[in-house]
Design a protein around this ligand. Structure first.
Ligand code: PRX
Length: 682
């Protein structure tokens, strides 16, 4: 904690207003013991990955993989801004994550599966077991389902080994997987089946969460119906069983459509499926994420560029070596799990931990018991979980005998005091911490410290990782120089191999969302004219470290889960009584932000507790429990401008107990005080 610096964070120029405040900045240096064993200790890496060496520097990432055929063009910009990486190259992602490790590591654990119930034994899957299981599932997909390269398959699977096994089986065939977070509703899953055009859905009968065996198969029936109503037929539903041979779901199996995977697999015992040699620019997966409209978008990730990028990030930023036991406590249903539980760690032959359940089940000591038992030395989680563990068991880590060399925080801004608890108590002041800022769209990290080369700064993500060149633009497209303390829109100057190729079936939305605001010339084929706009507000201090302030669009980050306010509003509007709905992000001590929902009713309907419940329930049914509003306020009318626009700024001030400002120009100024009294009391 040697150097101190004060930076002023002033009113943002982004359109979103951020209060001026003073932010203390301190540097904490990684320990020599960590540096001594780290994968990346060469300070020249930043020169090698400077813009002068772009794009050839990224060959170093691709060389971490095994290729069937090398590429002839590192970056093809002819279809700007849909960049193509490693063109001409051929490879298979499943081969790179499994087969290539067999010679050296076949008896080493690839996956440690920790069931939620503590009395159930941990399952250790070696690379040889993984190879066998992936091949058998690939045989089912190819021969029983008739799937081939380029087809889409929707997965609605929880945190059990069947999820990465199914993903890798798809990748082996060149089949595009689209995994939907298991906590999402059947309806949300159905919408994604329809958008992706999947005719096969892979699910499970049930899984454990908070000590209960949840019935999950019921969601599949809703999903198939929802997709069918939009014109996408699902002809096969493959159902894994949480306890093979016992059905954990009350939902009936539909004859000729639903099949228990464990039954089908009996005919494919010992099957071997040669990995299909795929073009680097083939599609590995779709990952749906929320944006400014009600319709989630399918981020489309490539095989070669994505895998090269996540492998390099896992090696240099996560510092994964084959002998490490690495535990990322995210869900594989989100991008963090795809990149940093499955593809990155397995490409590096690490042992990756999959934990089924809730971090605090049955108590807040659970993660540290798991770390002790499995000898986990790299730990990765989100601020929401850190806050929760700190609140529920601040002294728990000290009771267990584990040693982390490296820890990650991801997904939301982390408060410096929460960072310090993570560093001092969880990491015992020894582990290097990386605060990684990135997005579903970006495949892997954008900003983070390289852990052995850069000092840590609590609350700051860090500079761009090697090869990523961030810049802050104001609304007019002028650069905000580092150290000025002004917030702006964070953009990346250059393309990189992990960036999604496009939005599935919606190139126009891809171009306008990420490049529309700052593209210098829409006809240009020069990457310099196409900075990528992330949609976050940020401040860059003079050392180039970036502090992320939050979204500038209609996206809300609930406990590190990304939701569109428009999606929640549309879900509320499915209740007949609701005339208008507005979602406001509210600060929450544990979850970072949570949605507060304001609704006004159609004439003839009365506000009541039951109606509030019904609206809340509708949001859960349409989207899933994570989108459930913290509170539902049924108000007599929304505050509106004279042109009829709902003034969310005013609702936000009321929910967050701020100043509502001048309301005299509203069409209905009196409503503001009555809503304030209703929400805040007195
Ligand atoms: O607002 C940023 C926030 O999460 C958004 C991306 O969410 P998602 O696509 O779900 O990806 C989550 C996994 C990376 C970003 O636009 N965010 C992500 N990481 C950080 C963060 N905010 C602050 N600090 C971070 N480290």
């Amino acid at each position: 904690m040697e150097e101190k610096e004060l930076t002023e964070v002033s009113e943002a120029s982004t359109g979103a207003a951020y209060a001026a405040h003073w932010q203390e900045e301190e540097y904490i240096h990684p320990k020599p013991e960590f540096i001594g064993q780290a994968n990346m200790t060469d300070p020249d890496v930043f020169r090698r990955f400077s813009l002068e060496n772009f794009p050839d520097c990224f060959k170093e990432f691709a060389e971490m993989l095994d290729w069937d055929q090398y590429w002839h063009t590192t970056l093809d910009t002819s279809d700007a801004p849909c960049w193509k990486w490693f063109v001409g190259g051929k490879l298979n992602a499943s081969y790179n994550c499994v087969d290539r490790h067999l010679a050296k590591y076949k008896n080493k654990t690839a996956i440690h599966f920790v069931p939620e119930l503590e009395e159930d034994p941990i399952v250790h899957i070696t690379y040889q077991d993984l190879y066998k299981r992936v091949n058998e599932v690939a045989a089912v997909l190819r021969d029983f389902c008739g799937l081939k390269a380029g087809d889409r398959v929707t997965l609605h699977l929880p945190m059990t080994p069947e999820l990465p096994i199914t993903m890798l089986a798809c990748a082996r065939l060149g089949v595009i997987h689209s995994q939907v977070f298991a906590g999402f509703s059947g309806q949300a899953c159905g919408d994604r089946i329809w958008d992706s055009g999947s005719r096969v859905l892979i699910t499970i009968d049930g899984y454990y969460r908070g000590g209960k065996l949840l019935d999950h198969k019921a969601n599949a029936d809703v999903a198939v119906e929802t997709a069918g109503a939009q014109g996408q037929t699902v002809d096969k539903v493959l159902v894994w069983q949480r306890h093979p041979g016992q059905n954990a779901s009350a939902a009936p199996m539909v004859e000729g459509r639903d099949y228990f995977m464990n039954e089908v697999l009996k005919d494919y015992k010992g099957a071997i499926v040669e990995p299909v040699s795929m073009p680097a620019e083939g599609i590995l997966f779709l990952m749906y994420t929320s944006g400014s409209t009600g319709k989630p978008k399918g981020a489309q990730h490539s095989i070669g560029g994505y895998l090269a990028y996540v492998t390099a990030m896992s090696k240099w930023i996560q510092d994964i070596h084959p002998e490490d036991v690495y535990w990322c406590m995210a869900d594989i249903g989100w991008i963090t799990g795809h990149s940093f539980i499955v593809y990155g760690p397995l490409a590096l032959a690490a042992s990756t931990v999959i934990y089924e359940g809730v971090p605090t089940y049955p108590d807040a000591g659970r993660p540290w018991r798991i770390a002790e038992e499995l000898d986990v030395n790299i730990f990765h989680t989100a601020p929401t979980t850190i806050r929760m563990l700190r609140k529920a068991g601040p002294d728990e880590p000290a009771k267990y005998n584990y040693k982390f060399k490296h820890m990650t925080t991801v997904g939301e801004p982390i408060e410096p005091e929460v960072w310090r608890w993570y560093y001092n108590v969880v990491g015992r002041g020894q582990a290097a911490i990386v605060d990684t800022w990135w997005q579903t769209e970006t495949g892997g990290f954008l900003c983070s410290t390289v852990p052995a080369l850069c000092s840590m700064k609590p609350g700051s993500a860090g500079p761009g990782v090697p090869g990523i060149h961030p810049v802050i633009f104001d609304d007019e497209g002028n650069e905000v120089p580092p150290g000025e303390g002004r917030a702006g829109n964070i953009c990346i100057r250059n393309p990189w191999p992990g960036l999604m190729q496009t939005i599935w079936k919606d190139r126009d939305r891809f171009v306008s969302t990420y490049f529309g605001k700052y593209c210098k010339n829409p006809d240009s084929k020069d990457w310099r004219d196409w900075p990528y706009m992330a949609g976050d507000a940020a401040v860059m201090s003079k050392d180039g470290y970036v502090r992320i302030l939050g979204r500038v669009d209609d996206v809300i980050n609930v406990a590190g889960h990304r939701l569109g306010t428009k999606e929640i509003e549309s879900a509320a509007l499915t209740v007949d009584a609701v005339a208008e709905a507005a979602v406001i992000p509210v600060k929450d001590e544990l979850k970072g932000t949570v949605p507060d929902l304001y609704v006004s009713l159609k004439p003839g309907f009365e506000a009541s507790k039951e109606l509030e419940e019904k609206i809340s329930g509708a949001v859960s049914a349409v989207l899933g429990k994570i989108a459930r509003p913290k509170r539902v306020h049924i108000v007599p009318d929304m505050p509106k401008t004279r042109s009829g626009k709902i003034m969310r700024r005013i609702l936000s001030a009321i929910s967050n107990k701020g100043d509502v400002g001048d309301v005299t120009t509203l069409a209905n100024p009196d409503i503001v005080e009555s809503i304030r009294v209703q929400v805040q009391g007195g």
